[in-house]
Ligand binder design. Structure first.
Ligand SMILES: *Cc1c(COP(=O)(O)O)cnc(C)c1O
Length: 466
């Protein structure tokens, strides 16, 4: 054994303790460290010939890299839709690595059964019924890709061809209809060979909305003359957190033949609160559903789930068995359900967080985040230098400069806020106007944090150099 490796083996408990102590120091400093790092990263070092051991590696990491890592796990990082890691999920994540299980199959370990238990809990949390089967994937992009892959196979079934055997060319032209799809849907269509061009935008409702106009969707489906299609409904758009009327969209299946995929990456969490659950009423009627977990469940990257009612089609697409053995039956191993073969036990952090805080604990995070978004929204609405671009519907505040919101000025404001170290918000463009998004999804964020975010934005929007 290499001497550095053998020394590490002898000192394993002590080294893990050192890593734990370092993590504790970093996590407890989250409130005070700069929220984003905008400086220049160190140039790459040459590959070491002889190793420094874990202790040496930790010292080098602490010196060269740690100071440049962002506080994205902390309470005032409101870029994208980020979330953090609850204490229990962090513990679960550590144990995932410590056990290093491969959950491609169920043989030899209870780990797959734990994934199934967790999927059952999540299905209940999001109000889905027993007919929905789930699997863990790395994020909502992959979850959307899996859902649309099953949709593609369903289209083949309707048209009497097998896409899994004969390829996407056998399918002929495909129509994917959606109001305000996330960019990952277009990416998924590219990966799946359906083509980015297969996406057809259906007009959204008038009056500052991002939800699909169901009548226009009805008309677009009518125009297909009975050709089966795919509809991607959106439950929580990234700019203004608008929701398609899922019940009304699903009801169109009485007259039209389509697969209904719902991207509920973070909007799915509306189901946790009695106050907001009507926003996702009808989610259970979807043929496939995408929900991210590294966002609003506050588990570490990377984790999402995908659910579908047609596990048979999913196995047709993703099975990894010798053709002469036939398709896996019964309860197929996870390697037959997603693009991956070997897989990390991503379920364990989610299992820990749900076991530790339950439905109530996670409901509280969702409701508090929404209350804080409203608080920030109210302050912005009253601030002379700022204005809201849309009402605060759930957990995202979309706003801009009151005067002359050019791309340059809005980006400068985002940069200035980031450089202050106080907060991190991301630029966007909504309805033709440049603006900023502040997305609340971190379990730690408090009223005091929200007021600090507002103060940072307000201070910098008054700067002459903008
Ligand atoms: C974040 C997001 C995605 C993509 O999720 P990743 O986890 O980054 O792959 C897809 N759809 C919506 C609505 C999202 O908010």
């Amino acid at each position: 054994m290499d001497p550095a490796l053998s020394d590490d083996l002898d000192r394993l408990p002590e080294l893990l303790q050192a890593a734990r102590d370092f993590a504790v120091q970093e996590v407890s400093g989250l409130d005070n460290r700069p929220v984003a790092r905008l400086g220049k990263a160190p140039a790459p070092d040459p590959l070491p010939d002889g190793g420094a051991g874990t202790e040496g590696a930790l010292a080098r990491f602490a010196d060269r890299w740690a100071p440049g890592f962002s506080g994205s796990a902390g309470p005032r990082y409101l870029g994208f839709v980020t979330g953090g890691a609850t204490p229990a999920s962090l513990a679960g994540d550590w144990l995932t690595s410590a056990y290093d299980q491969n959950v491609s199959g169920a043989a030899g370990s209870f780990a797959s059964a734990l994934e199934h238990e967790t999927l059952g809990w999540l299905r209940e949390l999001f109000g889905l019924g027993e007919e929905h089967h789930g699997a863990f994937v790395s994020g909502a992009t992959v979850s959307n890709t899996v859902g649309l892959a099953v949709a593609r196979e369903w289209l083949g079934e309707r048209r009497g061809v097998s896409v899994t055997d004969d390829g996407v060319g056998a399918l002929g032209p495909v129509d994917v209809l959606s109001g305000s799809p996330h960019s990952s849907v277009t990416k998924a269509l590219s990966v799946l060979g359906l083509g980015r061009g297969s996406l057809r935008r259906v007009p959204v409702l008038p009056g500052n909305r991002e939800a699909v106009d169901v009548e226009r969707l009805d008309a677009a489906l009518d125009a297909l003359d009975g050709r089966p299609a795919v509809v991607v409904a959106n439950a929580g758009t990234v700019n203004t957190v608008d929701f398609d009327d899922l019940r009304a969209v699903a009801a169109l299946r009485e007259r039209h033949d389509f697969w209904l995929h719902v991207d509920a990456a973070f909007g799915g969490f509306a189901a946790l609160s009695p106050e907001f659950s009507s926003l996702v009423a009808g989610l259970d009627e979807a043929d496939s559903v995408c929900v991210d977990l590294h966002k609003w469940l506050n588990v570490p990257y990377d984790a999402a789930v995908q659910f579908t009612r047609r596990r048979d089609l999913q196995v047709r697409v993703f099975h990894n068995a010798s053709p002469y053995l036939g398709l896996p039956g019964g309860d197929p191993d996870f390697l037959h359900l997603t693009p991956e073969n070997s897989r990390r036990l991503r379920a364990l952090p989610a299992w820990f967080s749900l076991a530790a805080y339950g439905r109530e604990g996670h409901r509280e995070i969702v409701e508090r985040n929404v209350a804080l978004a409203r608080r920030l929204g109210e302050r912005i609405a009253r601030a002379p230098g700022l204005r809201l671009l849309a009402p605060v519907r759930l957990n995202v505040v979309c706003f801009t400069l009151a005067d002359d919101p050019t791309e340059r000025r809005v980006h400068s404001l985002a940069d200035a806020v980031g450089a202050s170290g106080e907060a991190f918000v991301t630029p966007t463009c909504y309805d033709g106007t440049h603006g900023l998004r502040a997305a609340f999804s971190n379990w730690r964020t408090s009223e005091a944090d929200t007021d600090r975010v507002f103060a940072a934005v307000e201070r910098h929007c008054a700067e002459p150099r903008l």
